[in-house]
Design a protein around this ligand. Structure first.
Ligand code: GLU
Length: 438
């Protein structure tokens, strides 16, 4: 166990917007616990069960020594958190991030638990991470680090124990190296050990855009509730990574909505006439940023959140909508494709202002749902078409949305509390049936 002091993400991840209320909690794990506490109260969760579900079942910190290209060995710190496995093997991605911390990994593992439960797939929740800056590593170093992570955690992960996947800065290629390393350790092919693999190694059709696609099914259901016509509806997207980029493409293709603003870590762009997806993607690939896209006006990440649009899609990082800016959000629907973009204080403000707010672990559960389909196909050795995958994904997302919306009406709570009530109820039932908590 290393004793290295973890860098704090709390100040770094918050954008340099207006002043954040001094009392506002920005530690993701504390936020995850506060969300659970609020839901536990609303749903009347038993005290002992609540206490059990507040902490992860297992947390492993490992040292990963990596031979560097220029000679010498650099030791990286890695993590794997298995939050709860009552409903099935723990499941969740691995993040490569310079500001990764134990608490971020724990929070994300908790959210994975609720995500798999709300999507009703037979998994518990987990998350992994490595403190590193992948942009500063060569391809060979990245491969050695990825194989090293598997060697360091292999005793606690596996096809029926804990199934990793991609997350921030981990790609299908990283999954391929990890799958190979596990196969070497086991002396047998282990495609079901990890998901998000390239198609040639047992990946699933439809996994690439699954997070955004799942989000679109939630958006369609939310629009039905509000009787909002998505054709011509205006959309702002914060974050232009996998989820944000596909959201731009799909919201245009599936509904004919108009994306008027997008941003990345360097800032945003706005165009009242709408931003053309193919042209913007080509520009971003060439320039490494969206700002200065021809025909657009520069805006900041903070301004993007406050635009007068029908739909706001936070698809970047944590703690973006907070007590200091939530009242300025004018969107009718907020679809959280990012994990943890809204603080508990901001949740209250959005609800008070009548925003239909689709919380992260419901809105972005399409990714892990198609990961589940990938795992099923790996175990089966039989592969589905993209159409089959999307049809199954649509069914899962639609029923998850409807279960949460019904719970919202039943308990008279906001969508996040309702999503927790559905998910925690399912996990608690499994915990009880196993006889873990009486
Ligand atoms: N990292 C993704 C998430 O946060 C996907 C996890 C998975 O596919 O297991 O939902």
């Amino acid at each position: 166990m290393a004793t290295t002091k973890q860098p704090s993400r709390t100040t770094k991840t918050a954008p340099a917007a207006k002043s954040v209320a001094k009392t506002e909690e920005l530690n993701p794990f504390k936020i995850a616990q506060a969300q659970l506490d609020k839901a536990a109260k609303a749903m009347g969760l038993e005290k002992d069960m609540h206490a059990y579900l507040r902490e992860p079942q297992r947390f492993l910190q490992v040292s990963i020594p990596v031979r560097m290209d220029r000679g010498g060995t650099k030791t990286f710190q890695g993590f794997r958190c298995q939050y709860n496995d009552a409903r099935g093997p723990t499941k969740g991605g691995i993040r490569y991030h310079p500001e990764e911390t134990a608490d971020t990994v724990k929070a994300l593992a908790a959210w994975m638990t609720w995500k798999c439960a709300v999507a009703d797939i037979p998994y518990g929740g987990g998350k992994g991470g490595v403190i590193c800056d992948p942009k500063k590593l060569s391809v060979k170093e990245l491969e050695r680090l990825s194989r090293g992570w598997v060697r360091a955690v292999h005793q606690i992960v596996g096809t029926y124990k804990d199934v990793p996947a991609p997350d921030v800065y981990t790609t299908p290629q990283v999954m391929a190296w990890m799958m190979d390393e596990m196969s070497v350790i086991h002396g047998a092919n282990e495609p079901g050990f990890i998901t998000g693999k390239p198609l040639a190694l047992g990946g699933s059709a439809g996994r690439g855009d699954a997070t955004a696609k799942g989000g679109m099914y939630h958006l369609r259901e939310a629009a039905k509730v509000l009787k909002l016509n998505l054709k011509g509806a205006t959309v702002a997207i914060q974050g232009f990574g996998n989820a944000g980029e596909y959201a731009h493409k799909l919201v245009t293709e599936m509904f004919g909505a108009k994306v008027v603003a997008v941003s990345d870590s360097k800032g945003g762009v706005y165009s009242a006439a709408g931003l053309d997806f193919a042209k913007l993607r080509e520009f971003k690939a060439r320039k490494g940023q969206v700002q200065n896209f021809p025909g657009s006006k520069k805006i900041t990440n903070a301004e993007l959140l406050e635009l007068k649009v029908d739909v706001l899609i936070p698809a970047g990082i944590e703690n973006q909508i907070r007590s200091d800016n939530a009242a300025n959000v004018k969107a009718k629907i907020v679809l959280e494709l990012a994990n943890g973009p809204t603080t508990p204080e901001a949740d209250v403000i959005l609800e008070k202002n009548g925003v239909l707010h689709i919380p992260d672990f419901l809105a972005n559960s399409g990714g892990v749902t198609v990961s589940y389909f990938e795992w099923v196909q790996n175990l089966y050795g039989y592969y589905w078409t993209a159409e089959e995958v999307y049809e199954k994904l649509d069914k899962k997302m639609t029923s998850a949305f409807n279960a949460v919306y019904a719970k919202r009406k039943e308990l008279k709570v906001d969508m996040r509390v309702a999503a927790y009530a559905v998910a925690v109820g399912r996990v608690a039932e499994a915990v009880k049936l196993r006889g873990i908590v009486a």
